[in-house]
Design a protein around this ligand. Sequence first.
Ligand code: ZN
Ligand code: ZN
Length: 190
Amino acid sequence: MKTGRQFNFDLFEAAVTSSAADQKEKTSSDSATNQPQLPSSQRLQVMFDEYNLKFFEGKLPRVKIAYSNRLLGAGLYYPRRQEIKIGVKYHCLFPEEIEDTLKHEMIHIIHPRHDRAFKSMAQRLGASLKARSHPSLRGRYRYLYYCPNCQREYPRRKRLRMASCGVCSKGGKFDPKFKLISRKNGRNEA
Ligand SMILES: [Zn+2]
Ligand SMILES: [Zn+2]
């Protein structure tokens, strides 16, 4: 079972900044079996297959789908791992949005950014462009960064100054080519 820890390893920072606070973020198991109002991971996989057939002619690769207790947004797609993470906290607040989130993240398998192609597909599938925000989710991370190369997102509580994407940077060192870019603050973007 994957844990949030792995997430931290994917980000490399220049030696000048400290990421102690980020590294200390609690990791938790990704099991959501104690959340009766949410579908099981197996059920999500079945839904994935259904949507894949219905909306993508079955052409999407069968990615992993897992719950994350750590994620504050609705969901994230990790292209390199080929994995969709579904936020437990978010969907305990908005359980009715889980199909929407899954569709949204499935579109990211094809379209990493929220560009025009993404939007037209989202419209066709009836998927939202943005997740809702809620007081209990807000403020947990104030900064959302993304890698200009792989589009991977890095939510952080603290501002990062010299951080590069750990997936793209070679040799575990800060690489200015893959310096993370800030999105608008505090947005729980899916
Ligand atoms: Zn990257
Ligand atoms: Zn998105």
